[in-house]
Ligand binder design. Structure first.
Ligand code: ADP
Ligand code: MG
Length: 382
C-alpha cells in the first residue's frame, strides 16, 4: 500500500500555505519533510489529517482519505509541544485513544501498559504529566498516538524542545519503535540532522512547494536547484560562464569559466536539462574548500593549469593524491569561528567572499592557499 498526496493545496484566505504537493510514501516507511520555519510543514500535516479543508487528493491505496473526516482517516498526530492532557495520568493519556467499542476498560489499560513498555516507560502508569521530563512526555505522546494503531503517523517537529543528547538517543529509539509497528510516517522538521537521519526519503519544502523528494544521500549529494542547494548548506557561489560539455557519456565534464579561473566539474554535478548554456552559478559547501598551505608548493608544481588573476592572485587546477580534481585558490581570512570540531572560515578571494573550513586555527588577515574539491562543486541554472 502507498499513501499518495496529489496536487494537495491549502490556503488561508488568499495565502497559499502549501500548493501542488505531490508525494508518495510507501507503507511502513518514513518520509521526512525538511523546511524552514514558515515553509508550510504544519500546514501540510493539518491537510493530511483533515484539520483544515484542503484541495487535491489524499489516497491510501485507492481509498480517498480526503473525503473522510479526521477521525476516520486512520491518522495519528504528535504535535510539536507534545500536548498531553494535564488532568490525566500517563496511563489515562495513552488509554485515551483506545476508548472505543473495540476495547473494554481492562483491555484498554492492558494495551496502554504494553505501549508504555514499548516506549521504555514501564511503571510510569500512575505518574502525572507534570512529573515527567521532556523526553518522557514525548514518549507518552508517541504511545498515545500509536494506541489506536493508526495507518499513518504525523510527527510535527517532535524533538524540537529536547536537548541534543536526549534528542539523539530518543530519535533512534523511536525510529526502531516505528519500524516495528509498521506505521507509515510523515515527519516534518526544520532540523537537517533529524530529517536526514530519520527519513527513508527526504522531501524539501520551500515556500509551500516540494522542490525535491528522494533518498537522503541523493538529496544531500544532488540538490535539484540553486535554492535547494543553498538551503542544504551550499553557502558559497560563483557566477560561471561559457559552459561547455566535453567527453564521453561515462566521463563527461563541464568546462566553466569563473572569476577563479577555468575549471571542469563532473557533468552529473549539473542537474539540468541543458537549459543553461551561457551563464550558471557554481556552489559548494564549506567542507569542500580547505587550506592546503603545506602542500601549496607541490600543488603549484603539479598544477595542470596555472594562471594569474589581478596580478597577484594565482589560480590553478591539479589532482589530489586520490586523483580527485582540485582547484587551488588564494584567499585571505576575514572571519573564523569554531564549529563542530573545525574552524569555519570566511575568505576574501578573487571571486569575492566564499566559505571554507580548516582543522587548525587561523588568524584574521592570514593569507592561505585553499584547495576546492571540484567533484563536490555543483552548477545550477540561475
Ligand atoms: P511551518 O510549520 O513550516 O513553520 P506553517 O505551516 O505553520 O509553517 O505556516 C505556513 C505559513 O502559513 C506561515 O506563513 C504562517 O504564517 C501561515 N499560517 C499558518 N497558520 C495560519 C492560519 N491559521 N491563518 C493564516 N495563516 C497561517
Ligand atoms: Mg510548524
Amino acid at each position: 500500500m502507498t499513501l499518495r498526496l496529489r496536487n494537495l493545496s491549502l490556503s488561508y484566505g488568499d495565502f497559499a500555505a502549501i500548493s501542488g504537493v505531490d508525494l508518495e510514501i510507501k507503507q511502513g516507511t518514513t518520509l521526512a519533510v525538511l523546511g524552514a520555519s514558515g515553509s508550510g510543514k504544519s500546514t501540510l500535516l493539518r491537510a493530511v489529517a483533515g484539520l483544515e479543508p484542503s484541495r487535491g487528493e489524499i489516497l491510501w491505496g485507492d481509498e480517498a482519505l480526503h473525503r473522510l473526516p479526521t477521525h476516520r482517516r486512520g491518522v495519528g498526530f504528535v504535535f510539536q509541544d507534545h500536548a498531553l492532557f494535564p488532568q490525566r495520568n500517563v496511563l489515562e493519556n495513552v488509554r485515551f485513544g483506545l476508548e472505543t467499542p473495540r476495547y473494554n476498560r481492562t483491555d484498554a489499560a492492558k494495551k496502554a501498559s504494553a505501549l508504555l513498555d514499548r516506549v521504555g516507560l514501564a511503571g510510569f502508569e500512575e505518574r502525572q504529566t507534570h512529573e515527567l521530563s521532556g523526553g518522557e512526555r514525548q514518549r507518552v505522546a508517541l504511545a498515545r498516538a500509536l494506541a489506536p494503531a493508526p495507518r499513518v503517523l504525523l510527527l510535527d517537529e517532535p524533538y524540537g524542545a529536547l536537548d541534543r543528547e536526549l534528542r539523539e538517543r530518543l530519535m533512534l529509539d523511536v525510529r526502531e519503535i516505528l519500524r516495528e509497528s509498521g506505521v507509515t510516517v510523515i515527519h516534518v522538521t526544520h532540523d537537517h540532522d533529524e530529517a536526514f537521519a530519520l527519513g527513508d526519503k527526504v522531501a524539501i519544502l520551500n515556500a509551500g512547494e516540494i522542490s525535491q523528494c528522494a533518498t537522503p544521500s541523493e538529496v544531500w549529494g544532488h540538490p535539484c536547484d540553486l535554492a535547494t542547494a543553498r538551503f542544504l548548506g551550499h553557502t558559497s557561489s560563483l557566477r560561471a560562464e561559457k559552459v561547455r560539455a566535453e567527453g564521453s557519456s561515462s566521463s563527461s565534464v563541464l568546462n566553466l569559466a569563473t572569476a577563479l579561473g577555468d575549471f571542469a566539474i563532473p557533468y552529473e554535478n549539473a542537474p539540468t536539462d541543458g537549459s543553461f548554456d551561457t551563464e550558471c552559478c557554481v556552489t559548494w559547501r564549506p567542507e569542500s574548500l580547505r587550506p592546503e598551505s603545506l602542500r601549496a608548493e607541490s600543488l603549484r608544481a603539479e598544477s595542470l593549469r596555472a594562471g594569474s588573476l589581478n596580478g597577484s592572485i594565482e589560480v590553478g587546477a591539479s589532482l589530489d593524491q586520490r586523483g580527485r580534481p582540485l582547484l587551488w585558490v588564494d584567499g585571505t581570512v576575514v572571519e573564523s569561528s569554531f564549529r563542530h570540531g573545525h574552524y569555519l572560515l570566511s575568505l576574501e578571494t578573487a571571486a569575492g567572499r566564499v566559505e571554507g573550513i580548516s582543522s587548525e586555527s587561523v588568524s584574521r588577515d592570514q593569507r592561505l592557499t585553499l584547495a576546492l574539491n571540484l567533484n563536490e562543486v555543483r552548477a545550477y541554472a540561475l
